[in-house]
Design a protein around this ligand. Structure first.
Ligand code: ARG
Length: 122
């Protein structure tokens, strides 16, 4: 399959560019370009394969069908491997696991200990 992609000279990646910071669009001088973590991964794959990259932007819900009908070679779209999706497609290993934190001022640390602290606060 990789040889097929090399032969056609283009890696076609499907994404839904509405999910920053993974994939989203920026307009620069009237031209729309795709940016984000997943786009960088796609670029690296294409580069390593020595082929051009074509991003196909579509609704998130269309991605798996596009993959199954070979309209795209791969999907990179911040997609989690749910059991339902795993029935039809083959997921890679996890490539990003986020750790997000909220922060508050130090002086309020005693006020907000956990999620329940947000009850009845105005
Ligand atoms: N991570 C969520 C999922 O797998 C949402 C992904 C949405 N991605 C996107 N490019 N709109 O369902």
């Amino acid at each position: 399959y990789l040889q097929k992609i090399k032969d056609k000279g283009t890696l076609v990646v499907g994404t839904s560019a509405d999910y920053p910071p993974y994939e989203f669009t920026v307009k620069q001088s009237g031209k729309t370009t795709y940016v984000g973590l997943d786009i960088e991964i796609a670029k690296k794959f294409a580069k390593d394969l020595g082929v051009k990259l074509e991003i196909k932007n579509m609704n998130f819900d269309s991605l798996l069908v596009a993959l199954e009908t070979h309209k795209v070679d791969a999907v990179i779209s911040g997609m989690n491997p749910t059991p339902e999706r795993q029935k039809s497609v083959d997921f890679s290993n996890v490539y990003y696991r986020g750790k997000q934190y909220m922060l508050i001022n130090k002086k309020d640390a005693a006020l907000y200990k956990n999620i329940h602290s947000f009850k009845n606060k105005t």
